[in-house]
Design a protein. Structure first.
Length: 174
């Protein structure tokens, strides 16, 4: 992925005041996630969301921030599977605040902290690795609307059964 202002194979949507950069192979669901986030914004589940670019965007690192803008030839266009190419209002540029990697090989139920960060063009950003076959929308909405826990839990230590499928044996009473 290039970050010198050249075109990159990714999609982006502005949510509130920051962009969600969506990376993945062709057919992995980048356009679908953009459209789902726009719909979630209209429904009030997340702050208002607007297309930046679908399938190709330009990335540029400036002053320690990663900026994204649409590829001029695709500005305002998005593919809606089953309907074809549609036109949307779009944001001209935004600062990237979150990276979503679709069909990520390092996706896990309880990811390691290093999997939740990525560096693009020297800029460190929060990251969501989404596994093959999993819907990214709930993960992105949760990331945008919840606060990370300030306590570090090891579910295997806290699970009374020792199998790691419980965050805390007393969570219902805490």
């Amino acid at each position: 992925m290039t970050a010198d202002g050249k075109s990159a194979h990714a999609s982006a949507v502005l949510v509130g005041d920051r962009a969600v950069l969506i990376r993945g192979l062709s057919g992995s669901g980048k356009s679908r996630l953009v459209f789902d986030l726009i719909l979630a914004g209209h429904a009030g589940q997340i702050p208002e969301a607007m297309l930046i670019g679908d399938d190709r965007v330009h990335l540029e690192a400036k002053d320690g921030r990663l900026w994204v803008r649409p590829a001029p030839e695709l500005a305002g266009l998005i593919e809606i599977r089953g309907l074809g190419i549609r036109r949307f209002d779009f944001a001209a540029e935004a600062i990237v605040g979150l990276v979503v990697d679709l069909a990520a090989s390092d996706a896990a139920r309880l990811p390691q902290p290093e999997a939740l960060r990525t560096i693009v063009a020297g800029v460190e950003l929060p990251r969501i690795p989404v596994g093959e076959g999993f819907s990214p929308l709930p993960l992105v909405v949760a990331s945008l609307t919840t606060i990370e826990s300030s306590t570090s839990l090891n579910p295997l230590d806290d699970c009374s059964k020792g199998i790691g499928n419980h965050i805390s044996p007393t969570i219902a009473t805490e």
